[in-house]
Design a protein around this ligand. Structure first.
Ligand code: GLN
Length: 494
């Protein structure tokens, strides 16, 4: 290999900077998304109410993660990762360019659709290439991913500073700079692709075929009946006015119900009829619980771009001297905290492991969920200040984001690696997909929460945030309580 990158293959540098620019555009744009949607037409926004704006936010961010399923498939079977990342980046750039055109809601939705499709193509496949840089796997690969995670957060940090800053002058300049960021990413990718050698060129010739749920005739009938049933249920819910499918909120709720039901029955099906032995069945059951934990965690965490972003705008005193910080900038604390604390948290695990005290995966999930809940305890108090009619200081959100970042570092990497290790080999691809579906569902719920942060009705915030505290802390405690059983089911997977 040519020149290295922090002692790693030079290819890591290419992937690091491509992902950095992609995350710059993704998180930069996300930082202004809900603010742009809820800004009145006089403020050159779209004038959408917080409920529906939150639902669009949820549908968009959920699509980004859901589309990584077809994105991964297309790379594996049609394009190879190398081209998938390239085309994905182009779609993302076009999406941000469309958003940079002052237009109407349909044009705006078209822009979002392009970004979502592009991200679905780029994000899973660039990660696959990082993994493939280290065919030997092991600690080197883990270290490679840690370096890569720094790229992710460096990009998000810069994006969340620069995009909101420009958007405070003109929304479309914000979207435009996100497009420029992705352009730099693409340029860099093209110019340094020599570093990647043969990586991601060929579509995968899978040795261990991911057969997954084999679609026999009876299974197909079952799937069709299931789909019709699910659509029927949605229409009944709509008919009896439980959900209103003529609004974005109703559509988001409907999509959430579909995702949750499909995942549940899919996992149930694998466990019951997937031809697994007892040990494998127990492991898939553990994946199910980790999935639920992940959904709950991201439902709180991903409010950074939705409810907490609105809180930053409408209820937070953002003045520093004579300057007022743009609201979207505040969420950059998360990326900064990850950059600063990832090495420390990593070091703590290593130290504990040396003493044989390293907490197991369910315990780490418990800690992550409790951190998320504690973050919302902070927001509960901040919301009371706001509900009483005064502006809250910025410290409240900073502290919340700090706690959430520690939670992210505890839960997210172990969730990802535990899923790979717990999956029976022939289901790995699909079960990794399920992990992303968890993030999608969490994002969807996080969007729906934004409806509760409304300048017109600040008194609904404290109970709303308290509800997040309760489900975060209670589910965290349940993970603690059941960790011995889950650990037993995990068997020798560490
Ligand atoms: N911040 C990380 C990324 O963008 C993880 C986000 C997530 O999984 N929700 O890759």
């Amino acid at each position: 290999m040519s020149k290295g990158f922090f002692g790693h293959p030079a290819g890591l540098s290419t992937l690091f900077f491509t992902e950095m620019w992609e995350r710059f555009s993704y998180y930069g744009m996300r930082a202004i998304l809900i603010l742009f949607m809820t800004a009145s037409v006089a403020e050159k926004g779209l004038g959408i109410d917080p409920q529906n704006a939150g639902a669009i936010y949820g549908l968009y961010t959920a699509s980004v993660y859901l589309l990584s399923l077809p994105g991964g498939w297309l790379a594996d079977n049609v394009f190879g990762q190398r081209k998938a990342v390239w085309y994905g980046g182009i779609f993302i750039m076009i999406g941000h360019l469309i958003l940079a055109i002052p237009g109407n809601v349909p044009i705006f939705v078209l822009g979002l659709a392009f970004v979502a499709m592009g991200t679905g193509m780029l994000k899973p496949n660039i990660s696959t290439m990082v993994g493939d840089l280290y065919p030997e796997g092991g600690v080197r690969r883990d270290q490679g991913f840690s370096v890569f995670y720094m790229g992710i957060n460096l990009g998000s940090f810069l994006g969340q500073i620069i995009v909101p800053l420009l958007a405070s002058y003109n929304w479309h300049m914000g979207f435009g700079v996100a497009a420029i960021g992705m352009f730099f990413g693409l340029l860099q990718y093209k110019l340094t692709q020599g570093n990647l050698h043969e990586l991601g060129i060929k579509t995968k010739l899978k040795e261990e075929k991911d057969e997954g749920v084999i679609m026999g005739k009876s299974n197909r009938t079952l799937a069709i009946i299931f789909t019709i049933g699910l659509i029927g249920i949605l229409f009944l819910l709509n008919y009896y006015k439980v959900i209103d499918l003529s609004t974005f909120v109703g559509v988001a709720q409907g999509v959430g119900i579909i995702i949750a039901a499909v995942t549940f029955f899919y996992l149930l099906y694998i466990i019951v009829a997937g031809g697994l032995n007892v040990v494998e069945k127990k492991r898939v059951l553990v994946i199910f619980f980790l999935f639920v934990g992940a959904v709950l965690f991201w439902s709180g965490f991903e409010q950074a771009g939705s409810s907490l972003n609105l809180f930053a705008q409408d209820f937070t005193d953002r003045r520093i001297g004579s300057w007022e910080m743009p609201a979207g900038m505040l969420q950059s604390v998360n990326a900064l905290a990850i950059i600063l604390f990832a090495p420390i948290v990593g070091w703590i695990w290593v130290k504990l492991a040396a003493k044989n005290l390293n907490p197991n995966t369910p315990i780490k999930f418990g800690i992550g969920l409790i951190m998320m809940g504690l973050g919302f305890v902070v927001m509960y108090f901040a919301a009371q200040i706001a509900a009483a009619g005064t502006m809250a200081g910025m410290g409240w959100l900073w502290f919340t984001y700090f706690l959430h970042s520690i939670g992210e570092l505890t839960l997210s990497p172990v969730g990802l690696s535990a899923t790979t290790k717990l999956s029976p080999k022939r289901y790995t691809g699909q079960l990794m997909g399920i992990w992303f579906v968890g993030t999608a569902l969490g994002n969807l719920v996080a969007g729906l929460f934004a409806g509760g942060v409304d300048v017109k009705n600040p008194s609904q915030m404290p109970p709303l945030f308290m509800s997040v505290v309760i489900f975060g802390v209670v589910s965290g405690l349940l993970f603690f309580l059941f960790s011995p059983i889950l650990k037993k089911w995990m068997g020798d997977v560490k």
